[in-house]
Design a protein around this ligand. Sequence first.
Ligand code: TYM
Length: 332
Amino acid sequence: MKTILSGVQPSGMLTLGNYLGAISQFVNLQNSSDDQELLFFIADLHAITVPQDATILRKNIKSLTALYLACGLDPNKSTIFVQSEVKEHSELGYILQSLTYIGELERMTQFKDKMAKQTQGVSSALLTYPVLMAADILLYNSDYVPVGVDQKQHLEMARNLAERFNSRYSDTFKIPEPLILKSGAKIMSLQDPTKKMSKSDKLDKATIFLLDDENIIRKKIASAVTDSDGFIKYDVDNKPGISNLLTIYSCCMNLSIKEAEEHFKDANYGTLKSEVSDSIIKVLKPIQDRYNEILNNNDYINKVLDTGKEKASYIASKMINKVKHKVGLGRF
Ligand code: TYM
């Protein structure tokens, strides 16, 4: 039986990029077979690598749980849990740090990007973030990790650390593989389509949030940056804005890029934008309706997270005991 695991940070509202690149993948994988172990968590320990307001963070943890459920994760099939409630993540993260070189962490692209954005000093947790991520994955002997393309380098790090540990202490961890979609793995900013769409973009209209209402979605798509060519073609280098809109449309409509291009071959940019908005609303509206129902049901959310915590802790505690034993930690 294969194990599939992934996580999302509860730092701010989730974006259309998070959904198309990652969460829609989680749901499709969940519904594709019954013979697999699925674990999806709320990566709250990752969120505190940059400053967070405690009240808002806790609210976001609940909100992300409700969104996971609203997007179609089924607690009868998938284990849903909060990362910090399974203490073995931090424990294994620390042990793996002893195998990690500072130089390799300093070379991580996301660290360099995030460091550049920090105005209040850079925490050491931001540097060691990929090690914690490796711990998240290796703790459960994950075979596959569905993610967007921006996490590829971190997955490479997890693979390296697993191999390093196995060769130093004998075979312990499986070597995980990333699952990255061909289309949708990097949804771009609506205002600068050469940059990833991100939760933390300062320009609100650069990002579609999963809970944006219909009018806001239409406004943001209407103001999306395109070009002055006037024709619709998928060409990331020369037409990044139009290519991003075609990608969003094809993902929301379950079409290939070719089919999306064909659909718009005689259309103008106005029609493209209006149909892209329709396609996003078609996907997000039912998620938003379910989200609003679930969010009021504290008992249900707590039950899902309690069950998830118990199941994840059981698997994680077996692994951490094995790891400590191999490393030589603890009593004789
Ligand atoms: P996070 O919270 O930044 O993003 C969650 C997931 O969404 C994907 N994603 C995107 N996909 C397509 N287009 C975009 N514009 C876009 N923006 C984000 C991300 O690639 C990710 O899959 N470190 C992770 C969370 C994490 C994790 C893990 C993931 C912690 N531990 C272990 C997998 C396994 C993160 O910060 O994702």
